[in-house]
Design a protein around this ligand. Sequence first.
Ligand code: GUN
Ligand code: ZN
Length: 642
Amino acid sequence: MFEVVKRDGLARIGKFQTRSGVLETPALLPVVNPKICTVSPRELYEEFGFRAIITNSYIIKNNPELKAKAQEVGLHEMLDFPGVIMTDSGTFQSHMYGEVEVTNEEMVGFQKNIGTDIGTVLDIFTEPYWTKEQTADSIEITLERTKEACDMKGDMMINGVIQGSVYQDLREYCARSMAPMDVDVHPIGGVVPLMEQYRYLELVDVVISSKRGLNPNRPVHLFGAGHPMVLALAVLMGCDLFDSASYAKFARDDRMMFIDGTYRLQDMQSLDCNCPACRGLTLEALRKMEKKEKERTIAKHNLYQITNELALVKRYVREGRLWELAEMRCRSHPALLDALRRLEEHWDFMERYDPISRDGAMFYTGAETRGRPVFGRYISRLWDRYIPATDKAALFYDEDSKPYSRAMAADFNRARKAGYTPVVVSPFGPVPAELDELYPIAQSVFPKILDSDTLIESESLTVNFLEHKFTETINGSDITDDGTEVYDPDMIRAKAVSRYQFGIDATDALFRGKIELVISKNTGKIRNVISDGEHILSMRAGDGLYTLRKEGADRIVSAVPAPFMRVRVSDDAVPFVSEGKNVFCQFVTECDKELRPMEEAIVTDGNDKVIATGRMILVAEEISSFKKGVAVKVRSGAGDET
Ligand code: GUN
Ligand code: ZN
């Protein structure tokens, strides 16, 4: 059973329940070679805190001594490891050395026999240079073997490996075909050669196309990914488990892993590492160490680099800022920068999981930041949902502090009085004055000196927008006369934010009859929207977006047909949700696929009657696939709280 406890886009912090305890993900499993234990499993558990390891059942099976011991006392006792043990099946040996002389049935049976927690199918490693036909044929064999493994797994969990070389359609097909099978974990396989050759660009295609076909309720393992430099990116793409053999392999030939790459001891100028393994050591002292001691020291150093980075990745996921860490990390190598740029092409998929709002500000780290889903989403909503209050625009530039309508209040006022809608040319593209307080416009930090890519892009988006939405544009600084137009900036904002958030039809239903706005005396910001005496919306000060109240939800439901904004629950959940209890996945019978994480949702019963409002935690696809967990965080009581 896998439960997501915190998510940031596709990245997730999860709890994976196994026979040997609950494993928190993302997790990295050090590879333990049962013949050479550079760092013992007990040390991995106690000194480094690893709660799971991976070892190779094929190696154990082929070594009479190890085989007898494993069968006699079991894998956990043989390795002296109290945590979760995953085993691989011999597939990697076939990739390295050619055909292996075992059957899938034998390998799965053996793994069960020695007490593995998570065993692996004997999948076929699809090499990146394979033809499409060869790849497609071998996937069919892997799928058959996966079915066979599921039938015989008993209480062992099983790894169903996604193969498909670099063919995205085959990756997705393979993943989709395994969704109905009783698989517990999905490793993405056949990627070691891509990583060895720094083909991270293709790795992005491979991971995302696999994710597209996968069932979201199972952890995804990126087979063979263990270098700290790729962890942030891989977690961002939705990978939950990793394994590293490199920490020990590299140590054997004097290679040290750092967050920005791998360095040979002989090429290094100084050690400058403060990890517990290196602390107090000089480069000279490390070089002069006796072979075994040196190997152990470097292996431990490598493990510390991995654990440090994994802890940092988790912190960024918890803070909802993993994009920022991934962008920073991807600047450490041009091949990773390619990966980051490639990720932009999977915008459609990433956007489905990207939250509508986050706590805290969004930091811009460079031109690639524009590839994040928030940018495209802002522009697409602006195009589809924004209706200007006047047909003339006055252009301003993002020079002052934010929100713009405060920093440039006098200029905006003059423009409005002359009948113009103020539009700011920002790094997001055009921002009409009335949208300047919502996430991410006001909650973002950009450098003062922008890169030319962003300037050009923002300019071209603005030109398009102006042509599309206005009949006339002038420079804001050219307006000198005092006009006489009467306008209500708060009312313009109240409607514009509603259209941006809920769309045009829902806004027509919400802003019906007599509208009054309650403005905060302290901040001057809109707090509540009252329509015909009913409090329908509350605006959150933090992200400038609305909280939908039940009275507002009723209006949307009578005007816009289901499934729009709806999360429908089964009859047995109705009494609980009506009392303000959260909606759990297993009670959802239908859900609008357009709802994004953190978006306002309307919880309805089987007759489309509103029973509560709340915020989405998971998206439709996840809700239908998860057996546990909160789908919608329901707002109890009056609905003023966020
Ligand atoms: N280890 C690294 N890559 C793979 C793979 O594709 N399949 C299996 N079973 N193990 C691996
Ligand atoms: Zn170190």
